[in-house]
Design a binder for this molecule. Structure first.
Ligand code: GCU
Length: 612
């Protein structure tokens, strides 16, 4: 038997190890709006396809797995085989505004769950020595993407960005991209098939064709050391050709300009003493201009420098104890009854939060639009960011875990430079079992491996023994916060019982109430005993805040929720009409009475913590 000697060069082994251990995550090109790009936002033609006629032949076999790969809706009509007369033609179809969910743009699709095809023609004048990446901010839920009739890839997960290198697929001049989007809920998906939010389908976030040099800056992180506010740490990661070269980091307002040499994998790490930093905070959201350049590429970002830590029951921002005056927010523009499509709607709801007296928001229950995170940095809001590991996930299914981990890693990769993000939440109200504990423990470990500069949390499960609320969810052991939802006076008993509640929190950690609240139909008035009145909600907020303020170590809250939102679980034809009415504002932005109760409490809390 001839001895086969396997010679693996040390370098190659190092490269493999480096790639595996450095948690490069998903290899996404970072800060896409800071690149050269062609926007593919705008009007796309679309075909409603409930039987996936455009993807499966009459024996339910995918067209794009056939030898000739012809026949699908992704193809040019001219390429159709003779046995398949043209039974579709995008050019005669209506158009939909992208980014934008389909539910709020076509009455036929308000409740639709299934497949819709989208097509966009575009002209590209290719430049010598450039690479082209097709970037999607998000497609809910599964996307099959084709460029000029050729498959670019498949993505699952409705709230995180993805990209394809389409350099070999694009033409000089005329091109077209086709997306098959399918928002069918599945028990093994992330989220599972049961959520208290609308299942908005389609290309819900921006589509950009990125243009980068052959050797380009893929990714970078720049932030203060978690335990030393005079030490700036991070990395720069190149990709493409000539990965080993000089790169520079330039922060003019800090009079800091340094040059580094990347290694074989294109990476350099730095740890730089800095003085006189203006720390980012909600009160003073100062963003530094950060320029990163290589021989052939450069990128500019705006980054706030701050530290966040916990010690005992305190949360420290830049070394000062803070109280998180928050509110929960869904990714939905109440005025259009759909996902946010542009900066305007996002700025509107974040201003409502600032008007409420917030310094903090819970972006529930999934990764929000990148623009939302950049606006939070700009106007000064701390953020609880979350992945949709929500309720009854398929804990035993490894593919489900991989999906959750991919969404988590992508969220961290995309938002790691956002100063406002201080908390990564790995889930919400997940029932305690051994399988769930294992699943969540893996997610927590992955989070800390990818980013040890932020706090890790979840909305924990609670037990009730009479009026005692017990917080001993084993997941809490692994987290930095004792955070949980409680619905005293709404799902749990009567409002007048609230003063009898006691909290038995088994963790010596800062306490965050990640949800409480009550429904009220804006404009419906009556006495405090009458459910759905603004007075009921107002009285519940008064009694809740009085009760919660007694909790030792209470360091924040995000009542549920800033504004009414659409939900397929809320059927009452008068009080709900498929709206969850726990908002402090109505869908057209009118403040309910409870809004003023919370704003008053936050003004007092702000004064209390400023005086410390
Ligand atoms: C739960 C859940 C929310 C839901 C809320 C409600 O706590 O986390 O997603 O909308 O309660 O019932 O209104």
């Amino acid at each position: 038997m001839r001895k086969i000697s396997i010679r693996i060069s040390v370098t190659a082994l190092f490269l493999v190890m480096a790639f595996m251990t450095q948690g490069f995550g998903q290899g996404l090109i970072h800060n896409v709006k800071g690149r050269e790009y062609v926007s593919l936002n705008g009007h796309w033609n679309y075909i409603i396809d409930p039987y996936q006629m455009g993807y499966l032949d009459y024996r339910r076999k995918p067209f794009d797995e056939r030898p000739d790969r012809k026949g699908g809706f992704y193809d040019n009509l001219t390429n159709l085989p003779k046995d398949r007369k043209a039974e579709y033609d995008f050019s005669f179809e209506p158009t939909m505004l992208i980014p934008g969910d389909w539910n709020s743009q076509d009455e036929r699709l308000r409740f639709y769950e299934g497949t819709v095809w989208f097509k966009k023609d575009f002209v590209l004048h290719q430049k010598e020595g450039k690479r082209y990446f097709l970037h999607f901010g998000a497609v809910n839920y599964e996307a099959n993407v084709y460029v000029n009739g050729k498959k670019a890839g498949v993505h699952r997960g409705g709230f995180t960005p993805f990209q394809y290198d389409v350099t070999e697929l694009v033409n000089e001049g005329d091109n077209f991209v086709v997306v098959m989007a399918d928002n069918t809920r599945k028990p093994n998906a992330i989220p599972t098939d049961n959520t208290d939010w609308w299942n908005y389908g389609g290309i819900t976030r921006e589509v950009l064709l990125l243009e980068v040099p052959e050797s380009y800056i893929l990714d970078y992180k720049v932030q203060l050391d978690k335990n030393d506010r005079e030490l700036l740490k991070g990395y720069i990661q190149l990709d493409g050709k000539n990965r080993q070269q000089k790169v520079s980091l330039d922060i003019p307002e800090l009079k800091l300009k340094k040059t580094f040499e990347t290694d074989m994998s294109g990476r350099c790490e730095f740890s730089l003493p800095v003085k006189h930093v203006q720390y980012w905070s909600p009160e003073a959201p100062y963003l530094y201009t950060v320029n990163i350049s290589s021989a052939s590429d450069n990128i500019t970002d705006r980054i706030g420098f701050r530290t966040v830590n916990t010690e005992g029951k305190d949360i420290y921002l830049n070394g000062r104890s803070v109280f998180l005056r928050g509110i929960s927010i869904h990714d939905e523009n109440p005025l259009t009854e759909g996902r946010f499509r542009s900066e305007g709607g996002m700025r509107m709801v974040l201003q409502w939060a600032k008007e409420l007296g917030c310094n903090y928001v819970r972006l529930a229950h999934y990764t929000h639009n990148e623009t939302m995170l950049r606006l939070a940095d700009e106007i000064g809001l701390l953020v609880w960011a979350e992945i949709p590991v929500y309720w009854t996930i398929s804990w035993e299914n490894e593919a489900t875990y991989r999906n959750a981990e991919h969404q988590l890693a992508t969220a961290i990769e995309r938002d790691k430079n956002r100063a406002g993000v201080i908390i990564w939440s790995v889930g919400n109200e997940t029932p305690v079992t051994a399988a769930r504990n294992d699943f969540m423990a893996r997610l927590v470990e992955k989070t800390r491996n990818l980013d040890n500069t932020r706090l890790v949390a979840a909305a924990l499960e609670v037990e009730r023994d009479g009026y005692t609320v017990i917080v001993e969810d084993p997941l809490g052991e692994k987290l930095d916060l004792a955070s949980f939802n409680e619905y005293g006076g709404w799902y749990w008993g009567k409002t007048e019982e609230l003063p009898k509640y006691r909290f038995d929190i088994r963790y010596d950690k800062p306490v965050i109430i990640s949800e409480f609240g009550a429904g009220a139909l804006g404009g419906f008035h009556g006495d405090i005993q009458t459910i759905w009145t603004e007075e009921y909600q107002e009285d519940l907020y008064k009694k809740q805040l009085e009760m919660l303020d007694k909790i030792e170590g209470l360091r924040g809250m995000t009542p549920w929720i800033l504004v009414d939102f659409k939900s397929p679980r809320r059927q009452h034809p008068v009080f709900q009409d498929f709206w969850n009415r726990k908002g402090l504002l109505t869908p057209n932005g009118e403040k309910k009475k409870a809004f003023h109760v919370l704003r008053k409490y936050y003004a007092e809390k702000s004064a209390e913590f400023t005086a410390k």
